[in-house]
Design a protein around this ligand. Structure first.
Ligand code: SF4
Length: 62
């Protein structure tokens, strides 16, 4: 499972970083992914984070 963030849409609300610091990190006033390949143990959390991102900035692909 791969994940990415559209930096143009991201508002920097920090919700994803608070939910999963293994995958998301701060990049200036936005969020970025530490690694596009989601660790297996983080997959469920990342799906939830994607669905709850207020900016719909997160994309998940298999
Ligand atoms: S939850 Fe969405 S809008 Fe908020 S920091 Fe993460 S990617 Fe950006």
């Amino acid at each position: 499972m791969q994940i990415s963030i559209n930096a143009e849409k991201c508002t920097g609300c920090m919700a994803c970083m608070e939910a999963c610091s293994e995958v998301f990190e701060a990049a200036g006033d936005k969020s970025a992914v530490k690694t596009p390949l989601v660790p297996r143990g983080c997959e469920a959390t990342c799906r939830t984070v994607k669905n709850s991102c207020p900016a719909e900035a997160i994309t998940i692909t298999n």
